[in-house]
Write a protein that binds this ligand. Structure first.
Ligand code: SF4
Ligand code: SF4
Length: 338
């Protein structure tokens, strides 16, 4: 039987930057729709693996000169290529020992959108994967409706990898807000990691709130949940506001039109995009035009200033005032805007 340190070494040798292990009992208290124990009732361990987002992948957006690298190499390719590839191969080490193991690459990521650890608000538009949950019924009276979604950031918390910042972005002592997570749930019992108890990473500086182009992180209202017996709190997050702002879209005023978003006439470019129209997707992700302006870049800058991140650099990330694009000359009839 594998032990925890061997499992972690294998994961790191295979390319993971971070590995933490939570016993399934730490999910006690999860709402039924988000309790992974309904997915694999005999599971004993949840292994959460983190993959860093290169600081350099944010450079092009910081300079305002290259946007597709972050969306592709630090977002789409990690989510849809690197993580699924990793967890499929990594999960086999448990099945080779006779223990079922379920790899989660990207499919549960929308669990993060749920703002509290509860079933999402059905009155609001939901992303397609969430509709699986909303448009289904339980197969038996004692089971939740499929698909049960795992809140990836809560899983990372329960695996001891760090804390959830005010922005609701997961922060680790290694990379701050710069990583993405995948998971493997297995029947194998492994020695768990303690819940993160190091120096607090989020100091409620609110730089994420101030710098978010969509005002998606509420400065006043918070969400409180109890995780593994601890109170955890973050700022209420509005996924609809983020949805358009992070693509660089701004709603037009009454009586105006704009064609920034394909197939719609109600969005123009915001000051946070240099594009007349949202760029095409690469690795299925072409949306991250804001480059985490508040929740990732501003937060990382603050954490680096406070020397709260272990992955340090020779030069500060930001050396110039952040850019804004003047779209006062925006003409929806310009051929570049159609
Ligand atoms: S920017 Fe400040 S308040 Fe926001 S998550 Fe980071 S450390 Fe916390
Ligand atoms: S991705 Fe952009 S719009 Fe969304 S919360 Fe982060 S900073 Fe705000």
């Amino acid at each position: 039987m594998l032990d925890s340190s061997t499992v972690k070494k294998i994961a790191k040798d295979m390319g993971a930057d971070l590995v933490g292990i939570a016993p399934m009992s730490r999910f006690e208290g999860a709402p039924r729709q988000m309790d992974p124990r309904f997915i694999m009732p005999n599971a004993k361990s949840m292994i959460v693996v983190g993959f860093r987002i290169n600081r350099g992948a944010l450079r092009g957006i910081e300079e305002g000169t290259h946007f597709s690298n972050y969306s592709s190499m630090a977002y789409g390719a990690i989510n849809t290529v690197f993580m699924p590839n990793f967890v499929i191969r990594f999960s086999r080490i448990f099945e080779d020992e006779g223990y079922e193991a379920m790899p989660f690459g990207y499919e549960s990521v929308f669990g993060n959108i749920v703002d509290s650890w509860v079933k999402p608000d059905e009155s609001k538009p939901q992303p397609p994967i969430m509709n699986n949950m909303l448009n289904s019924k339980p197969v038996a009276p004692d089971k939740p409706a499929p698909d049960v979604l795992i809140h990836v950031r809560i899983a990372a918390y329960l695996a001891g990898l760090g804390e959830i910042g005010y922005s609701k972005i997961f922060l680790t002592p290694e990379f701050g807000p710069r990583q993405r997570f995948a998971m493997v749930m297995t029947e194998m019992e492994l020695e768990p990691d303690p819940i993160y108890d190091g120096p607090p990473l989020c100091n409620r500086c609110m730089s994420c709130v101030r710098n978010c182009p969509g005002q998606a992180i509420n400065p006043h209202k918070t969400v409180k949940v109890t995780l593994a017996g601890r109170q955890v709190e973050w700022g209420e997050f509005d996924p609809q506001k983020c949805l358009w702002a992070f693509r660089g879209a701004e709603p037009v005023k009454e009586g105006e039109v704009g064609y920034y978003i394909e197939g719609r006439d109600d969005f123009r470019p915001s000051p946070y995009t240099p594009f007349y129209k949202k760029p095409r997707n690469v690795f299925t992700h072409g949306e991250a035009v804001c480059g985490g302006r508040g929740c990732i870049r501003a937060c990382m800058i603050e954490l680096e200033k406070r020397k709260a991140i272990k992955n340090t650099f020779k030069r500060p990330f930001r050396t110039e005032k952040p850019w804004l694009v003047d779209w006062s000359d925006y003409d929806p009839n310009d051929p570049r805007a159609r």
